[in-house]
Write a protein that binds this ligand. Sequence first.
Ligand code: CTP
Length: 415
Amino acid sequence: MNILRDKQILLGVCGSIAAYKVAELARNLTLAEARVDVVMTAAAQQFVGPATFQALTRRPVLTDMWALPEDGVVGHVSLGAHTDLIVIAPATANTLARLAAGISDDLLTTAVLATRAPVLCAPAMNPNMYVNAATQENIATLRRRGMLVLEPNEGLMAEPVTGRGRLPEPAALEGEIRALLGRRHGPLRGRRVVVTAGGTHEPIDPVRFIGNRSSGQMGYAMAACARDAGAHVTLVSGPTALTPPAAVEVVRVDTALHMRDAVLDACTGADILIMNAAVADFRPGHMIDHKIKKTGEEGMILHLALNPDILGEMAHRRDLFKVGFAAETDDLIANARVKLERKGLNLIIANDAVASIGRPDIQVTILDGVEIYTLPIQTKPQAAATIIDEVVQRFNRWLAHARLPASEMPADTDE
Ligand code: CTP
């Protein structure tokens, strides 16, 4: 599933130095097969030329309210009518004010006023302009009317001053766009999905821990795909170096015990649990509160206690569709089957631990108690997209069969 495919997006660019960042957004949306029509205000053209957007979107850039299209229809009013989403990025204080007042004195504001499509606004401006009561009241007005207005980032501005007013990065904007489209069109809209990612750190003393090589890439990609499918996603993440996907709720944990608490909490009212985290099976029996010192030539023995099996403890949750991962070094399928059964899962994703942990690519085998098939080696985001498609199909079937675990699901009787 690619939530951006064939979506018509009107991208309104206003006069802010951040306009250059949106060129990358226009490119990425186009590469993801959306049809992007860029509308530039007069001020925007002082910062970036229309030729940049035209080359990146491979479509004419719209700048003039009175340029009549060849078919003779007055374009500026119909522009917003045939669109799935209007994105205004960067949105200046001036454009926000005109939108809040309902003024339509250029192509962009006219299109917004005349549309029934959702509108996503990403303000970017001088921090004093942003906190000004006029701007804040305008934003509150637009939000009250249903517009999604993002918070700008905090940091160093072009001026240079530091404050809140920076445009979010293109990847974050794309994530927000995907989430919004997912919530309207995605197969998991209205559903709550919990995804765990990364490894856990089990402390030995204040500076050392037991961990593993999990990078979190697969879990983060799964969370992004579930979000694109329209779900409200809670990402319970062990320590990683990754930036979380936009528009997902992130709960950061470090140990397996913390992860268990966070998962139990997040799963209240959830529909699907995707347990991708590489949870440490053992933790040091007791944490030593000072840095352990070498004493003489002796080595040391560390006593390890067993951590809870988080997924195993969820076996009684028959109202939850559960997806596990099995990272194995030997007997991949046999071991995965045992875990599917033992943990009462609906689906398990098996993969070779050595070939995939911490790496950008993965080869997965999907097992659901009846079917089993192996995907080719692909990037983790590609594999995650396919897995979410499978989850969606099986989740719907499971709903229709009164929420049974894989071992009790009847074979597909559609034919
Ligand atoms: N898992 C869990 N809690 C643990 C260990 C694992 O919830 N303490 C979850 C993982 O997130 C994964 C599935 O259980 O979805 C299988 O994890 P894996 O490490 O492959 O298996 P284990 O249960 O640890 O079994 P073994 O050590 O025998 O491989």
